[in-house]
Ligand binder design. Structure first.
Ligand code: HEC
Length: 158
């Protein structure tokens, strides 16, 4: 082999080596990207965060204060009466802790139910006896408390 041939071979080896190293780098980068963005489908919070991140920046507001034309992530995350109940009320009203009237037993409500929905909602918001205002969660809105009371009434067959 002449000098020129071995020079040529050397350059080819360097080139090949460089390409392999570059390919490995790309694969590593791809794996990194997948590990950052992939596989959070199962986690609802992660999905919501992702939805917030990818939603369009501008949204059309059609007028009514506080309402967006599109259902944004906040609306998606709105809790049902059942969820609010489970998070804030079930501890006492499923177990009867502190003599709380049971959501599954209208008999434990004596004549509370005859007070009507308005009064029950008001007592749930303001608190009554051993029952803390808003079930002890000051972050609940009046609306959310009302929804959880409605859920209780539904389970009580009212
Ligand atoms: C720490 C325990 C506890 C939690 C949490 C709790 N309650 Fe109560 N709740 C009680 C008790 C005890 C009573 C009975 C109070 C009394 O009349 O002395 C009661 C009574 C009530 C009543 C009947 C009020 C009336 O006028 O007689 C409603 C309605 C009610 N709760 C709704 C809720 C809702 C809705 C939540 C969740 C947002 C909730 N409660 C969370 C303990 C609790």
């Amino acid at each position: 082999m002449g000098d020129q041939d071995s020079n040529f071979l050397q350059i080819m080896y360097w080139l090949l080596g460089g390409m392999v190293a570059f390919a490995l780098l790309l694969i590593l980068l791809a794996m990194l990207v997948v590990s950052i963005t992939g596989d959070d489908e199962a986690d609802p919070l992660a999905r919501q965060v992702l939805a917030e991140r990818v939603q369009p920046w501008g949204r059309v507001n059609t007028g009514e204060p506080g309402t967006m034309a599109e259902a944004g992530p906040t609306e998606v995350a709105e809790l049902s009466g059942e969820q609010i109940y489970r998070n804030n009320c079930a501890a006492c009203h499923d177990s009867g802790a502190m003599q709380a009237p049971l959501t599954d037993d209208a008999g434990t409500w004596n004549n509370r139910l005859d007070q009507g929905r308005e009064t029950l909602v008001r007592h749930a918001i303001e608190g009554i006896g051993q029952m803390p205002a808003r079930g002890g969660n000051p972050n609940l809105s009046d609306d959310e408390v009302a929804k959880s009371v409605d859920y209780m009434l539904e389970r009580l067959g009212r």
